[in-house]
Design a protein around this ligand. Structure first.
Ligand code: NAP
Length: 338
């Protein structure tokens, strides 16, 4: 199918900001580098069609938790990614063809990439997906939460509309998406978003129910998927029948699949292979990865051009099946393939 939605198409930018951004660009590019210090990036991240949105998205994208959690190694203890570090990480990734930015509910997941894209004057080159952690009580007040969220978060991005808004639900809560669908339609008509999605910590059974009831009302869905937690393999084909774009989360089970590994030596390359494992699934359109350093970014995104050999894939599956559950309780409970 023709891919008729270009990145940034229909998006209205804040003219004055853009003008100032362009005026400062030479300085920005000179002082903030690297990205590759005049050389070409080591490879290019491939694009996939994001279901019925027809957006062409990089098959690996930035998870918003990258900016929210204090996990950059530092002598004084773990800390959050600084703005200058984020400029370095994001500008290099953009050079590698990465264009998908996910941002969960926390303000910093919007604020930091928003500032960086403004500094780099690259708002035109990205697809932004914002997520509201939303209880979906099935009451009219559901709508107010959505209106408030999108208005507040839009102020943090250097554009006045975003591409996708997702609603995320938890398994423990009652959920009924009918009111949030109405609210999302309204913000779409207001030009604040272009497409909608749902996902999060559902069980596979929740997903199948949600897709059956609401699959035609949404454009994308998002589910956990990694070499150990593979139950989404039963959900993806059903989602595809509704032409839902598929965005995966937790390629490392929030890092717990990597715990205890010797990533500098014996287990070197394991994170890259874990991302490549996710990409090997033909239903996946974009694998989101949380990361906290330039080196993690480079390793994770390089999965797009290095791929996964059959032998490496088998070794990875053996490694993952022997892993203790770690701190990924909800994944262990519901997402290990029976
Ligand atoms: N409610 C929702 O809808 C929802 C829920 C969960 C996630 N998400 C989205 O999905 C994204 C991905 O999930 P996630 O960030 O929770 O989990 P993840 O991507 O499975 O794991 C991220 C963690 O893995 C470690 N890591 C990443 N690359 C590494 C590398 N090359 N080498 C060593 N360690 C590496 C980092 O830990 P260290 O910092 O300790 O090194 C990082 O914090 C999120 O960022 C978010 O955008 C959405």
């Amino acid at each position: 199918m023709a891919c008729d939605h270009a990145v940034g198409a229909n998006r209205r930018h804040i003219t004055r900001r853009r003008f100032l951004g362009r005026a400062g660009m030479a300085i920005v590019a000179g002082s903030l580098g690297p990205a590759w210090a005049g050389n070409t990036p080591p490879g290019q991240v491939k694009k996939r069609r994001l279901g019925k949105t027809n957006l062409m998205v990089s098959e690996i994208g930035f998870g918003g938790h990258s900016w929210e959690y204090p996990r950059v190694p530092d002598p004084a203890g773990p800390r959050k990614v600084s703005e200058d570090e984020a400029v370095e990480i994001i500008s290099a990734a953009l050079d590698m063809g990465v264009n998908f930015f996910d941002a969960d509910t926390a303000i910093s997941e919007h604020e930091l990439p928003g500032k960086v894209l403004k500094r780099l004057d690259r708002a035109d080159d990205v697809i932004v997906c914002v997520r509201l952690c939303h209880k979906s009580h099935g009451v009219p007040e559901d709508k107010q939460e959505i209106y408030k969220f999108i208005d507040e978060r839009l102020k943090l991005w250097p554009m006045d509309s975003v591409d996708i808004m997702m609603v995320s639900m938890t398994t423990e809560e009652y959920w009924d998406m009918s009111y949030c669908i109405e609210a999302l339609e309204k913000v779409k008509q207001q030009g604040k978003i272009r497409f909608t999605g749902f996902g999060s910590h559902f069980t596979p059974e929740n997903y199948l129910e949600a897709i059956a009831k609401y699959g035609d009302a949404f454009d994308i869905c998002s589910a956990p998927y990694n070499v150990r937690h593979r139950a989404a393999e039963e959900v993806f084909p059903v989602a595809e029948k509704h032409d839902l774009g598929i965005v995966t989360i937790k390629p490392f089970a929030r890092g717990s699949l990597l715990k205890g590994l010797d990533l500098a030596d014996d287990d070197k390359g394991t994170p890259r292979r874990m991302v490549a494992f996710v990409l090997r699934n033909k239903y996946v359109d974009c694998c989101l990865t949380g990361l906290h350093t330039f080196d993690q970014m480079l390793e994770n995104f390089s999965a797009s051009w290095t791929g996964l050999s059959p032998a490496d894939g088998e070794a990875l599956e053996r490694l993952a099946s022997a892993k203790p559950p770690g701190d990924a309780d909800w994944l262990e409970r519901s997402w290990v393939l029976a």
